[in-house]
Design a protein. Sequence first.
Length: 679
Amino acid sequence: MAHRPGPGHVSAGLGDALEIIKSEFELLSAEVAVARRERDECEATLTSQVNELNLIRQSLYELETQHGKLRHQYEEDLARLRAELQMVRQGLPPPPPGPAPQLHNVPGPGHPAQPPLPLPGPGPGPDYRMVWRDRERDRERVAPDRERERERDRERERERDPKRHKLERGRSGPTLSIPAMPPVLVSPSTPIPIPPPPPAVFLDDHDLATLPPHLKKEGVSTSATGATEWFVVWNPSIKPKRIADITLLHTLLHESVVCCVRFSRDGRWLATGCNRTAQVFDARTGVKVCSLMDPAVPKGGDLYIRSVCFSPDGALLATGAEDTQIRIWDIAKKRIIAVLSGHQQEIYALDFSTDGRFVVSGSGDKTVRVWDMRIVNQNLNAPPNAPALGTPGAPPVPCRVLVIDEPPSGASVQNANTNTKANANANASSSGATISASRTSPGPAPDGGVTSVAVSPSGTRVAAGALDALVRVWDVRTGQLVRRLRGHGDSVYSVAFVPSADGMAAQRSGMALVSGGLDRTVRGWDLGLPVPGAGASVSGSGPGPSPVLQGWKEPGSTLGLKQDSVGAPLKGWKDKDVRERDKDGAGTEDVDGGRCMMTFMGHKDYVLSVAVSHDGEWVVSGSKDRGVQFWDARTGVVQCMLQGHKNSVISIDLSPAGNCLATGSGDWHTRIWSYDVVA
């Protein structure tokens, strides 16, 4: 029989186990006490940090308010001096001298001649209404702070205005010095005076808190703060309102600054460009359809997509980027089918012809290129593993080049009949690699880097805005410069043709082309050109081949023509004499014959983007002042102002399908809006 342990052995083992359990319990109790102390310390620290954050937030709000006051102070002086200078330029007597305007005398809607009040500086702020209250009056005391604020503004501008920073690295933001504003230049034979602009109406002069309900609409944030996220202000002098309502439809968050927005021709899709990617959204639902990113691009660093444009059928998307490449995407297959190479600097603008047979690009290298898309369209059904056109192992895409090789506008703007070699040599860039790298003063850049392009409705003309404050129009059938439009006092950042207008003014508005620039104005132009198609077929919505593409097939002289990206001469343009005569700003018949029909004044900062509604009734502009303004194209009077972003409105577009607006901003958001028009 096995031996069994006695009761004494069992009691001893149980006692040992209880001692072990007791020791473990005491150890755990000590650890819990330590954890409780640490928790209490963390709670105390967190409470202290929350209090500090609240203090910091309050300080930031106060600084934001003070910043608005300081900006208003020096901008008021600057605007007053500019207004006096504009009156002198128009031959009007200057106003009698008097005491400097005080900040507490804010002009109302019935006093449009008073200096404008600027919006707060770039960057997110608290409530829009705070910056108009408690304005500072003592100018001498805040002068040093003013200078520091201007320096910070310049730093923020370099960070958040990529187009201007890249093209004009040495150029500063607005200062108290008066910018160089060119006199009205006219043709030697036929004087074409620029009419005086209508009285400026600055809708953001109004205090949102005191406006009556029928003159404003506020969109309240969904956050706990309930702050005003966006708002609309209507012009009190317009009765009844023609823009009845504006509504936010979708907010599309991006991972960086939104550089460009563009609707498809049918209004179904919206494309946006930001850092490294182009994105396509369903404009009706706001759902992202696809994100397009070139897998061959190195992972590190930035590569901002500066411009996007749909082909007329919506199947292709052209994107222009900082790496000087234009990529043509098959949207359905999410693959690149062509790479257009040849530009020497960043691509800032793209536009398809209405028949889709060519696409136009504008670059900081002072050239506009016209690319033949027929070979690209023929490559749509290529095998998936076939190389993209323009890449090794595939043929290039042919193009023609329109070159800005005139003297710098620094010479021509000051005196239309003077062209000194000293001025030209002092301002011209020897290689075009750096545009205005040493400029530090306001006013137009000395070189003609292209910032924007637009193809006319007929497809026979191309307009380009440039840093030298000029708008140029070429006949793409011949490559001849047909118009050089002067009037802007600073770089032109956006151009757009009026639908159904091609050279002669549109029947209702009197304009064929609109442009927006860093002089804070939008201008409407009558080009004074014959209606295309007289005796020749015209590209557009109608049948028949494009005359531009017919020209590529025809034999012709290759002398004096720019070569394409692979060095092959381009045939069809006999423009040697035209370009040689244009070098001194003369020789082309009536090249300065365009006329400024209207000047739209009301923005407080740079106008970065303009668009025209599908019916030609409305001109819409987006600005660095964060505002979007709707203008009556027939009268030039602002109808309403939309404030919907916390940073510059870099790009806008109106849907060709009607009554839909897209805005892209430095606050990393794209927004889609609807607007209702009273018939």
